[in-house]
Design a protein around this ligand. Structure first.
Ligand code: FES
Length: 75
């Protein structure tokens, strides 16, 4: 399962709680409140999906585009 930003030791559940507490709906707004996603960035598409759907863990076989593959995230 993929359930956290490994580089900053933040679970998606923790990030979701912070997003809900502050009514945040995008990555950059969430990064104003908590440090994540600023090293390898591999967690970013999962956090984006978490913000859209509320899902906080993802099967290893699920395919979520890497940020460099998704110009809408990092255009
Ligand atoms: S896993 Fe989140 S920045 Fe590396």
């Amino acid at each position: 399962m993929v359930d956290r930003c490994i580089c900053f030791s933040k679970t998606f559940q923790e990030l979701k709680s912070i997003a809900e507490r502050h009514s945040l709906s995008d990555l950059s707004a969430l990064q104003q409140f908590v440090e994540f996603g600023e090293r390898c960035s591999l967690c970013m598409p999962y956090v984006e999906r978490m913000l859209q759907t509320g899902q906080t863990s993802f099967p290893l076989r699920s395919r979520v585009a890497h940020p460099f593959e998704d110009p809408e995230l990092f255009g």
